[in-house]
Design a protein around this ligand. Structure first.
Ligand code: COA
Length: 332
């Protein structure tokens, strides 16, 4: 597939820090439990700014860093599972704010695998001569979806956004994408349809037994153990498959950026794959799981630190609600 080169990265995280100690004031939990089970010490929460604000800030930074004029962007792809609007797409708000006046725009929702799916999509668009520069942004405001009486899920998630401007590269890229829809009810957030005043509508249209009938709408529901097991397997499978496609060995890769869900998931997968730990980038201690925004915020931190070098072989791997998973290998 068409190689990509990242020419600019950007990120935005809200100012408000929600530490494990703070969570312990509202939940029956403590820093020791959370840190030892997840590797997370704190996460950011967007108390007063919408998701699109975070997406815009990350995108403006990425476009500025890329050095291109916004009018040279041909497509804006936004990955999110926590939009402010059902429609229009988040990408349309971003397209307007960054001034990408010549760009098409659409969203991708594959939850935490969103950035991987968006990057794969970008590569396929870049095959076409009409598309030269693509802005990809992944942004999540998950705090409004979390139930802060549920101590097993609310401790994991944080808010934030990451963005990258990508352009064509003649160097290679490979991707492996997967979905296991039979696990859809391991992690979901159900829309509240009871607000309609149409007298013909029945209150609940989801067949009995499909999801927990007591589940609160607009609230993240997770079977932590099922997701954990899936995640460790899915990460290993995705990395193995993408390396097989590429003909590269795990040692050929300079940098691995996994989805930042839980340090124990990352450690188990890294151990199972036999990857060199020093090549695996992890930032979840201070960010928590920001869903699709995890991988691009890692890229932005690495970009900021001057650690994204030309010629580097980078492997991104993610998983999330769906259940979806995927991995990409590209040479920067
Ligand atoms: N603080 C203190 N105790 C907690 C707690 C918390 N925040 N959350 C759960 N517990 C308790 C449980 O109530 C249970 O108590 P019990 O034994 O008295 O019933 C005990 O700790 C063990 O719970 P369990 O669910 O077995 O913990 P776990 O080791 O599986 O860890 C998760 C729970 C959610 C951290 C873990 O399953 C996980 O990380 N799953 C993957 C989730 C994920 O990554 N989701 C996003 C995917 S993109």
């Amino acid at each position: 597939m068409r190689g990509i080169r990242i020419i600019g990265t950007g990120m935005y995280v809200p100012d408000t820090v929600a530490s494990n100690d703070w969570l312990s004031t509202i939940l029956d939990t403590n820093d020791e439990w959370i840190y030892s089970r997840t590797g997370i010490r704190e996460r950011r929460i967007s108390t007063d700014k919408p998701n699109f604000y975070m997406a815009e800030q990350a995108s403006l930074a990425a476009v500025k860093n890329s050095g291109i004029d916004p009018s040279e962007i041909d497509l804006v792809l936004a990955a999110t599972c926590s939009p402010d609007f059902f429609y229009p797409a988040l990408s349309c708000l971003v397209q307007h704010t960054v001034g990408a006046v010549n760009a098409a725009a659409f969203d991708i929702n594959s939850a935490c695998t969103g950035f991987i799916n968006a990057l794969d999509t970008a590569s396929r668009f870049l095959e076409d001569s009409d598309y030269r520069n693509i802005l990809i942004v992944a942004s999540e405001r998950l705090a409004p979806h979390c139930d802060y009486t549920d101590r097993s899920a609310s401790i994991l998630f944080g808010d934030g956004a990451g963005a990258a401007v990508v352009t064509k590269n003649n160097k290679p890229m490979w991707s492996y994408l997967n979905a296991k829809g039979d696990y859809f009810n391991a992690l979901y957030c159900k829309v509240d349809q009871s607000r309609s005043n149409c007298p013909l509508l029945k209150e609940d249209t989801v067949p009995e037994g499909l999801i927990d009938s007591e589940a609160k709408t607009h609230t993240l529901q997770m079977n932590g153990k099922a997701v954990y097991k899936f995640a460790v397997d899915a990460m290993q499978t995705a990395v193995t498959k993408v390396l097989e496609k590429s003909g590269l060995t795990k040692e050929d890769i300079d940098l691995y950026i996994p989805h930042q869900a839980n340090a124990r998931i990352i450690e188990s997968a890294v151990k199972g794959l036999g990857l060199p730990e020093e090549k695996v980038y992890v930032n979840l201690e201070k960010r928590g799981n920001t869903s699709s925004a995890c991988i691009p915020t890692c890229l932005a931190e690495l970009g900021e630190a001057g650690r994204l070098k030309d010629g580097m072989k980078i492997c991104l791997v993610g998983f999330g609600a769906g259940l979806t998973s995927g991995a990409i290998v590209f040479e920067q």
